[in-house]
Design a protein around this ligand. Structure first.
Ligand SMILES: NC(=O)C1=CN([C@@H]2O[C@H](COP(=O)(O)OP(=O)(O)OC[C@H]3O[C@@H](n4cnc5c(N)ncnc54)[C@H](O)[C@@H]3O)[C@@H](O)[C@H]2O)[C@@H](O)CC1
Ligand SMILES: Nc1ncnc2c1ncn2[C@@H]1O[C@H](COP(=O)(O)OP(=O)(O)O)[C@@H](O)[C@H]1O
Ligand SMILES: [K+]
Length: 493
């Protein structure tokens, strides 16, 4: 699991170490220099003679870049520091000069100098940033961005300068990095869109911080998902494994019912019951599915259901009573989002895309549109959780989940090929099966619903990759790839 910590949490962890004289900056700069030297060797065989440009801001982030530059200069690199501000880290500047590097004010020629380098270290701003880059730093980054893609490698020092460290916002110009070397712990902005895509590969360097309190945003990996998975014990029978009720599809959108039930069956669940008007079609495609009402452990509501569909609407409203009275976990997707009661518990997982989340919030008096949600997704997902009480999973290139007790996840496991009609129906069925399999545990600890939602996003993305690595996928193809994807995860492959 990759955990991230806010800037104030990181600062609090640094404080006692700094007071005790622990050389945190030396550790950070040495690790940074080692990574950069590795990149230079990969790219050009050796460090000696490499042209390294440091973009140096006024704080300790610039200090890290300067000390790393000094290490590289001692290894024979030609290092130039472009100082954006009159204030720069004095010790770092002295170390660089003593190692044979140069410090120059970033003037008109700065962008040209930087774009001719083998590698640029972005040490303009770190966790001390307030708002986006301003003044000379913003102008330099803009000028560099205009020079096109075939430029130097960019390594961000701690974070790409100018991103929202704690919320992943991108308020202004940011130099996209190939690699971010981050110190002590990942920061939330490195995991959250829209900033996350500017960070490139993220490497966390251990500088000995002891982080307290809950992490801000987590990212599950395959081993975490394997641990969460409801693997049937030897004595299992279909009812102990969980029964999932699916209210999906309509004469107008029959495919959603087929996709959601198919995904649920292939994810592995004791039984799938289908409620709706296209049962014949569902059974023709998925003979395992049982038609009609009966006891269930969890629900999927909404794929392919339009809010004006009176019969499906009645079924969902009725099923929501069980969700309220008996605490059955539920996935509330697509058309069912408009039928959500005012307040529910975190055992209900909403799965909107950005447009649906904007509508859900607007219906509750927060007038936002899709673009606003996409610019600050964590903020709006948190608000939707606060307003409804539900666990909220926002679909997109990066999937964000917020649930009970502040549980927050960001998953980026899917190829863009997954952005195809019906993929959301597959996610709903997959997540429903997981909720059914762990319904009792969710009852005990509703924050588990958020972890399972994140796990579903990971499996969904991996199944898309497996369905056709590097190429287009259909939603049905993603569902069909689920059993082998899950088996591989459980085997630790
Ligand atoms: N405290 C330490 O000893 C350590 C700090 N580390 C590094 O230090 C960084 C944090 O250093 P600082 O706290 O000095 O903060 P920064 O280096 O992020 O810089 C903050 C300074 O930049 C200016 N500033 C803030 N927002 C600005 C904006 N939008 N545009 C232009 N200027 C702006 C302010 O004057 C502020 O003094 C970390 O990100 C990390 O790279 C690491 O070396 C680990 C140890
Ligand atoms: N650019 C992208 N990269 C990766 N996955 C994406 C991207 N865009 C969307 N997705 C995923 O594809 C799925 C699309 O779901 P959704 O929008 O509900 O489609 P539908 O309603 O047609 O089923 C979601 O799981 C979403 O996270
Ligand atoms: K930086």
């Amino acid at each position: 699991m990759l955990l991230s910590w806010t800037s104030s949490q990181v600062r609090a962890a640094e404080e006692p170490l700094l007071a005790a004289g622990v050389p945190l900056m030396d550790r950070a700069a040495f690790a940074l220099a080692t990574r950069v030297a590795g990149l230079l060797r990969e790219r050009r065989g050796r460090v000696g003679g490499a042209r390294v440009v440091l973009l140096v801001g006024p704080g300790n982030n610039g200090g890290d870049a300067l000390f790393a530059g000094a290490f590289l200069a001692r290894r024979g690199a030609e290092v130039v520091a472009l100082a954006i501000d009159e204030r720069i880290h004095a010790g770092g500047a002295a170390a660089l000069v003593a190692a044979g590097g140069r410090v120059v004010p970033a003037g008109r020629a700065a962008a040209g100098l930087a774009s001719g380098a083998d590698v640029v270290l972005d040490g303009l701003l770190g966790i001390g940033a307030s708002g986006g880059l301003r003044g000379g730093a913003a102008e330099l980054v803009d000028a560099l961005a205009q020079r096109g893609p075939a430029g130097p490698l960019v390594v961000a020092v701690d974070v790409p300068s100018g991103i929202g460290i704690d919320d992943g916002e991108v308020p202004g110009a940011v130099l996209p990095a190939d690699l971010t070397v981050t110190f002590g712990a990942a920061k939330p902005g490195l995991l959250l869109p829209p900033a996350a895509r500017l960070a490139g590969r993220v490497e966390v360097v251990d500088i000995g911080l002891d982080l307290a309190g809950s992490p801000s945003v987590a990212r599950l990996d395959a081993a975490d998902v394997a641990e969460l998975w409801p693997v049937p014990p030897p004595e299992a029978h279909k009812y102990t494994r969980g029964v999932l009720g699916v209210v999906a599809g309509a004469r107008r959108y029959p495919g959603a019912a087929v996709l959601a039930t198919t995904a649920a069956v292939l994810t592995g669940v004791g039984m799938v019951r289908y409620l709706g008007d296209v049962g014949d079609l569902v059974v023709a495609r998925r003979p395992e599915v049982v038609i009609g009402v009966g006891r269930v452990q969890a629900w999927v509501f909404g794929p392919g259901v339009s809010p004006d569909d009176a019969s499906q609407r009645r079924r969902i409203e009725h099923a929501f009573e069980g969700v309220r009275e008996r605490g059955e976990p539920a996935v509330c997707d697509a058309g069912a989002l408009e039928l959500l009661p005012d307040r529910v518990g975190a055992h209900v997982v909403l799965t909107p895309h950005a447009g649906e989340l904007a509508r859900l919030l607007s219906d509750r008096g927060e007038h936002v549109d899709r673009a606003t949600v996409e610019a600050e997704p964590l903020r709006w997902v948190r608000l939707a959780h606060d307003l409804t009480g539900a666990t909220v999973l926002l679909k997109g290139a990066t999937t964000i989940v917020v649930g009970a007790q502040g549980a927050t996840y960001s998953q980026a496991d899917a190829p863009a090929w997954l952005a195809t009609a019906g993929a959301g129906d597959v996610l709903a069925g997959l997540l429903g099966a997981l909720l059914a399999g762990r319904a009792d545990d969710i009852h005990e600890d509703p924050s588990l619903a958020a972890a399972l939602a994140a796990a579903a996003a990971l499996v969904h993305g991996r199944a898309a990759d497996r369905a056709n690595p590097g190429g287009p996928v259909s939603a049905r193809g993603v569902a069909v790839a689920l059993p082998e994807t899950i088996a591989d995860l459980l085997a630790g492959a």
